[in-house]
Design a protein around this ligand. Sequence first.
Ligand SMILES: Nc1ncnc2c1ncn2[C@@H]1O[C@H](COP(=O)(O)OP(=O)(O)O)[C@@H](O)[C@H]1O
Ligand SMILES: [Mg+2]
Length: 402
Amino acid sequence: MKDVQRIAIVDPSDSTREPLRNLLLGVEAVWLEAECSRYEFFIDVARQSCPDTVVIALDSDHHKAFQLIQQLTVEFPHMPILAVSARGDGQSILQALRAGAKEFLTAPVVLEELLLALQRLRANRTSSGNDTNGVLNGAARTDSLVISVIGSKGGVGCTSLAVNLGCCIAQDPRYNAALVDLDLALGDADVALDLIPDYTLADVAMNVDRLDMQFLRRSLCKHESGLSLLPHPVQMEDIALIHDEHLGRVIGLLRASYSHLVFDLSKRFTPTDLTAVRMSDIVLLVAQLELTSLRNVVRMLHTMDKEEGLGEKVKVVMNRVGAEDSDITLEKAQDTIGKPIYWQVPNDYKSMLGARNSGVPLLIHAPKSRVHQSLVGLANALCGKAPTEAPKKERRGFFSFR
Ligand SMILES: Nc1ncnc2c1ncn2[C@@H]1O[C@H](COP(=O)(O)OP(=O)(O)O)[C@@H](O)[C@H]1O
Ligand SMILES: [Mg+2]
């Protein structure tokens, strides 16, 4: 269990220990190593189980809890301690930290805060050289990559690129990738992957107040490529249930659970789209060598450049390069946009349409096609893998479309 954070908790009160335990059990990367209901027995539990992190609920007996924290700090100076108490006043927090706790959470514990605290504890432990664990699963992840795919006009290839990019990323066994269909009204990522989902973003939004990791993970369906999908609502009227603050919470939790997230956005620049874009590390703006699309790219870049930190995340992806019906060159497009074209995806109507009509990704329908190879290259580039992993011949080919 290399990537798992092994946790031991102590809380004499069943009524607070149960919910805390359930919360921890829902976090994929957490392994509940030991659970103890007596402060005085916990030091032995810690000696035997050597957990990565201990969680100590203070409220049954603050005096005994602080004594335990001090004892643990002496015996295991590098063991991160997370203290939990309903008394979130400055004095209680200070006392816990002085005793040796590294983090303090106010009960009842909220999942996001727990994940962040565990992440910080793990990061500290890693930086102090006591933990060489990987960073791939769950709460301990600090490097999840969030990619928004946004189109500059309808039919520009957003869904095609998002779905196939997601599948390419999911091929790496070290990653777990999820695609979120945020084209709330007209999205069709489920059709592109021929998945019939049990749950959609609307179910998640409706349950946002009692959302936990298990529920969230159950709401995604998994494609055979390894990519998980959270689809758009089935009923149009359910779109109204999804508020951008819900989405912020959902994305936060998904980040903690998946190494890579890909968002297929609408073309309407809605508040939901903007929330997704703001929470992304990379924004792929999909364009075509065509006047309306390029004009919209300029307008969208202009809008996003106005918001601090947003413009620099945007990378322009030129789709359908080499299509016969375009008479605008890449150089001209680049001049118009005023920003380098980050990636070129070749036109391949047969492979793309065939894959779409059969509801399978390119990696199954046309793995040797140049368009698939281009998307493998894009996935590698975004994930920081060496460009040599994309076939050289294909990459040369794209530039020959100029
Ligand atoms: N690189 C490409 N070459 C050829 N056809 C493409 C390419 N990318 C997308 N398409 C086709 O364009 C159409 C619209 O694509 P889609 O991904 O649904 O766009 P959007 O989600 O932006 O509305 C689909 O029929 C798809 O097969
Ligand atoms: Mg689409």
